[in-house]
Design a protein around this ligand. Sequence first.
Ligand SMILES: [Cu+2]
Length: 170
Amino acid sequence: MHFLASLTTLLVSATLPATVLAGDSATATLAGPDGAAMGTVTLSQGSGGVLVSADVTGLTAGAHGFHIHAIGSCDPDFKAAGGHYNPVGSGHGLLHSGGHHAGDLPNIHAGSGGAARAEYFATEVTFEDGAANTLFDADGSSIIIHDKPDTYGESAGAGSRVACGVISRN
Ligand SMILES: [Cu+2]
């Protein structure tokens, strides 16, 4: 009896790490290079990935590259966010044979008023502390929106960084 009870405990702890609770959430508050508020991205841990929900203002009309970048910093400028989050060292591009980075997400599209909403389910990142693909590694991670659309090819081609927000646990 005691052996079975211990085994059950072990199995439960192996499948449900205490550091990940579905429903855990995080927020990236977006700002432009001039510091102007540009909306919010909410991230929620699901059982098989992270739901990324973006509510953005102040964009130019059209499509914009939308990525998770490798470093949780927007200071002193948006280059501080580093490149795309790419914990397994793959190539770039959602439609490229050598791609894609874990942080590559589809473009976000703004209307003529500059507002945009999008939801993504990012299956290659996690909130789990200590995991190779965690959003909360030693240097954190961030959301970057670019001036131009990502080409989804070997080169992102998405141009300058027009919005940045550090991903912070709620
Ligand atoms: Cu990017």
